[in-house]
Design a protein around this ligand. Sequence first.
Ligand code: 5RP
Length: 236
Amino acid sequence: MTGELSPIDKAKFVAAKRAADFVEDGMRVGLGTGSTAAWLVRCLGEMVRDEGLKIKGVPTSTRTAELARDVGIDVISLDEARWLDLTIDGADEFDGDLNLIKGGGGALLQEKIVATASDQMVVIADIGKEVETLGNFPLPVEVIPFGWQTTQALIEETLISMDVLGRSATLRMNGDTPFITDEGNHILDLHLNRIGNARQLALVINQMPGVVENGLFIDICDTVVIGYGDGRVELR
Ligand code: 5RP
C-alpha cells in the first residue's frame, strides 16, 4: 500500500495507521477528508478485507465516500448512523489545547457536524501541523454564495473592530471559478497570522448572516496522533 514514501507522506501514514488501532469491531466511524484521512481510509479498508473488521463508515465528503466504497468500507449517512463512536480526521493546525484549524480541503462543514456527533474525535497529523498559536494557516469560513462579497466585507470589518492582526479574506478559487463545497457554498480564507482568542473569534464569525460555519474546532478533538518522517508516532 505504501511503496517508497516521502518523509511527509510517511508521517501521515504512520499517524493514520496508529489511529486505526482506535477502531473496534461494530463501531460507527466518521471518516475525515484530506490526504492524511485518505491513508486512514485505506488502512481501514485493509482491516476490513484482511481481518474481517466490521464497521460502518460515515464520510465527511464525496471524495472520502468514493474512496471508502472503493476500499470496501460499508458506507452509511450520518442520519442513518445518528451518532458515532469515533471520528478520525486530519487537521491543518493543532495547538497545545488540541484546538484545530480545519477546512484546507474545503470539507469543514461536514467534518464539524460529523465530529460533533461522535463520542470521540481523534486527529491524525504530521508534526508540521503543530503550532503554538493557531492562525498561520488561513482560516476557512464557509459562506453561502448569495451576497458573498457583502459577507466578506462584514467579516473584514468585524476583524478590524476585534483588532485582529491580519484582516483580509479571500475567496477560494478552483482555477478560474470559485471553489464550491459539497453543500454548494463558497469558502472565504481569512489571513489572520495569529488568532489570539480562537473561541471568541469562532463565535463571532458564526453569528454573521451568510456564514455557514468556520474551520475553528474548539474543544472537539480528544486526541492527536502525530506522525514523524522517521516513522515515530506520538499521542497527545
Ligand atoms: C479538509 C481538512 C483536512 O483534514 C485538512 O486540510 C488536512 O489535510 P491533509 O491531511 O491533506 O494535510 O480539514 O477539509
